[in-house]
Design a protein. Structure first.
Length: 235
């Protein structure tokens, strides 16, 4: 049983700025942060990101993955937005993670520097999918490898599934910020997520943050769905 406070990020995955703003308003009493990502940014642009995120903690989930120079420059272009958390793919390699960290340090003031989170193995991948990519020792081993690479090169934390939390805490201790998508309340449809866990179990396993999208946004009342998840985290 973990004594850490596990916080809720509501993933507002939509192309529609009005919908995102409405969701942000209704979930904000219960969620500690909102996620905006590729779907929203490509459709609505960064001005809309700024508007929806105004006054809120923003998890900007762009999952940057390119050569080091390009990722560093891309992060430099985000200084206007000042997200609280920003994602890159650990699979971009040591130099890319280091370039991302340098860009965070150089492009933001200390108070506004986003936490740099490295995505290890997407929660939509299972061991079979990893084997198709030549990774034959399973998700946990790959997460641990990429976690070591990312943390050694300046990432503040990791995005992983809740199934890897115990192994990551055993290996890297309490310090890295561990963010877990692939969260499904009891009975919720998994959809494309493969490595899933309930909010309460993820909390007990040591998550700092859980990311929940469709179980909130597809609910008849997103505010009630977010409140129920927040209540489960508070137990
Ligand atoms: O490995 C990852 C990394 C990021 N995500 C993002 O989290 C949410 C999950 O949404 P659900 O609707 O609850 O499945 C979504 O925005 C993903 O882009 C992830 O799922 N897995």
């Amino acid at each position: 049983m973990s004594s850490r406070r596990t916080r809720l990020i509501a993933a507002l995955d939509t192309r529609d700025p009005k919908q995102a703003a409405a969701w942000a308003t209704s979930v904000s009493p219960h969620a500690d942060a909102i996620k905006l990502g590729l779907e929203f940014v490509y459709a609505a642009g960064f001005e809309a990101v700024e508007k929806v995120a105004a006054g809120r903690e923003l998890f900007l989930d762009l999952k940057l993955h390119d050569i080091p120079n390009t990722v560093g420059a891309a992060i430099g272009s985000l200084s206007r937005i000042s997200p609280a958390m920003l994602t890159i793919h650990a699979g971009g390699g040591s130099a890319m993670v280091a370039a991302a960290r340098k860009a965070c340090d150089d492009s933001f003031t200390l108070e506004k520097r986003p936490l740099l989170l490295a995505v290890t193995v997407l929660t939509s991948l299972d061991d079979h999918a990893l084997a198709e990519m030549g990774v034959h020792d399973g998700a946990q081993a790959q997460v641990l490898r990429l976690a070591e690479l990312a943390l050694r090169n300046g990432a503040d934390g990791l995005v992983c599934s809740a199934h890897e939390l115990a192994a990551l805490r055993a290996e890297f201790g309490a310090e890295p910020i561990l963010v877990t998508p692939g969260i499904r309340p009891q009975g919720a449809v998994a959809g494309d997520q493969k490595r899933v866990m309930t909010p309460g179990a993820a909390k007990d396993a040591g998550a700092d943050w859980i990311v929940v999208g469709r179980p909130i946004t597809a609910a008849a009342d997103p505010a009630i769905a977010a409140a129920a998840i927040a209540a489960e985290l508070a137990l």
